[in-house]
Design a binder for this molecule. Structure first.
Ligand code: ATR
Length: 301
C-alpha cells in the first residue's frame, strides 16, 4: 500500500510559473500578449505574458535593473529596441549587427542571471514576405520609410537576401545615414546599393518593387500619409508593406489598394517574429496555427 506523507514543517510545494512581458510605449496597440498566452496555453505551460507600457525616459532608468525582475524573458518594441543593448550580458551576433534587439532571454544559473539579446524581427519580416506575399527579395529595388529599430531589421534582411538596391527615406536623414554606415560592413550576396534620403518626394515610385513603411505614421487615424502615392504604370507588381498591424488597414494601405497596388500589413511579421521569440524562451516548437488563429480573431474583433 502506498502512503502519502506530507511534511508541513518543511514545505515542499512550490508554485512553478514563468513570466514574460513586452516593454514599449505606447503599447495599447499590441497583440503580442494574446498571441503568446494562447501559445503557452496550447502547450500546457504555466507561463504568462503581460504588457508593460513604459515611456523611454523611465525605461532608460530601469533598464539595468531588469535582471532583478521576476521575468524569464521579454520583448521590446517601439522605442526600446536600441537602448536595451546597454543592459545585456551577451547579444546574438545577428542582433548585434542589426543594432536592435526585440527579444531577451533571461538565463538563470543558480543565483546568477544573464540577459541574452536576440532579434527576431528580421526573420519575421523575411518569412512574412515569402509566405504571405510570395515575394522574393533577391535582385529587387526597395524603398524603406523610416530608420528606427524596425527599419534596421528590415534592411538587414534585405541585404542578407540580396536586394539590388535599398533606399532609406527618413525625416531625420542623419539617422538613415548612420544606419547605412553601420551596415556597410555586412557582406551581401547581391552587392546591394544602399542610399539615404531625407524626404520621400520627389521619388519615382515605379523604380521600386517593394515599398515598406517602418515609421509610426499610420498608428493614429489622424496621421498623414508617410509617402505621396502616385499612380504608376506597373502598380500591380509593386508591393506596399506597412509594418503596422493595428489598425489592420492604415490610410497608406487603403490609398494604395485604391490605386491598384498590392498591399500587406504587419500581422504576418508579428506572427513569425513572435513564434521565433517563443522558441527562444521555451525551447519548444511554437504552435504557429494557434498563434495565427489568435491574431486573426484579435484583429477581427
Ligand atoms: P521602431 O523601433 O518601430 O523603428 P523608432 O525607432 O522610434 O521605432 O522609429 C520610428 C521611425 O518613425 C523613425 O524613422 C522616425 O523618424 P525620425 O528618425 O525622424 O524620428 C519615424 N517617424 C516617427 N514619427 C514621424 C513623423 N511624424 N513623420 C515622419 N517620420 C516619423
Amino acid at each position: 500500500m502506498n502512503t502519502l506523507r506530507m511534511n508541513f514543517k518543511k514545505p515542499t510545494w512550490k508554485a512553478e510559473y514563468s513570466l514574460y512581458a513586452i516593454f514599449g510605449y505606447p503599447l495599447s496597440h499590441t497583440f503580442s500578449p494574446r498571441m503568446q498566452n494562447e501559445a503557452f496555453k496550447a502547450l500546457g505551460l504555466n507561463s504568462y505574458y503581460i504588457d508593460i507600457p513604459i515611456p523611454p525616459e523611465r525605461f532608460k532608468k530601469l533598464v539595468r535593473s531588469l535582471k532583478n525582475s521576476p521575468l524569464n524573458g521579454f520583448n521590446l518594441t517601439v522605442p526600446h529596441k536600441e537602448i536595451i543593448l546597454k543592459a545585456l550580458d551577451s547579444v546574438d551576433p545577428e542582433a548585434r549587427r542589426m543594432g536592435a534587439v526585440n527579444t531577451v532571454l533571461v538565463k538563470s544559473n543558480g543565483k546568477r542571471k544573464k540577459l541574452i539579446g536576440y532579434n527576431t524581427d528580421a526573420y519575421g519580416f523575411s518569412k512574412a514576405l515569402k509566405k504571405e506575399a510570395g515575394f522574393n527579395v533577391g535582385g529587387k529595388s526597395v524603398l524603406i520609410l523610416g530608420a528606427g529599430g524596425a527599419a534596421r531589421a528590415c534592411v538587414y534582411a534585405l541585404l542578407k537576401e540580396g536586394a539590388r538596391r535599398v533606399v532609406i527615406a527618413n525625416r531625420t536623414v542623419s539617422k538613415a545615414k548612420r544606419l547605412i554606415r553601420d551596415f556597410s560592413k555586412i557582406k551581401t550576396p547581391g552587392k546591394t546599393k544602399l542610399s539615404a534620403i531625407g524626404k520621400t518626394p520627389p521619388l519615382s515610385l515605379p523604380e521600386f518593387d517593394l515599398i515598406i513603411n517602418s515609421t509610426s505614421l499610420g498608428l493614429k487615424g489622424s496621421d498623414p500619409l508617410p509617402i505621396n502615392l502616385t499612380k504608376s504604370p506597373n502598380q500591380k507588381s509593386v508591393l506596399i508593406f506597412d509594418l503596422i498591424y493595428n489598425p489592420s488597414r492604415t490610410k497608406l494601405l487603403r490609398e494604395a489598394s485604391k490605386r491598384g497596388y498590392r498591399t500587406m500589413n504587419g500581422l504576418a511579421m508579428l506572427l513569425y517574429q513572435g513564434a521565433r521569440s517563443f522558441e527562444i524562451w521555451t525551447g519548444k516548437r511554437a504552435p504557429i496555427n494557434i498563434m495565427r488563429k489568435t491574431l486573426k480573431d484579435v484583429g477581427a474583433g
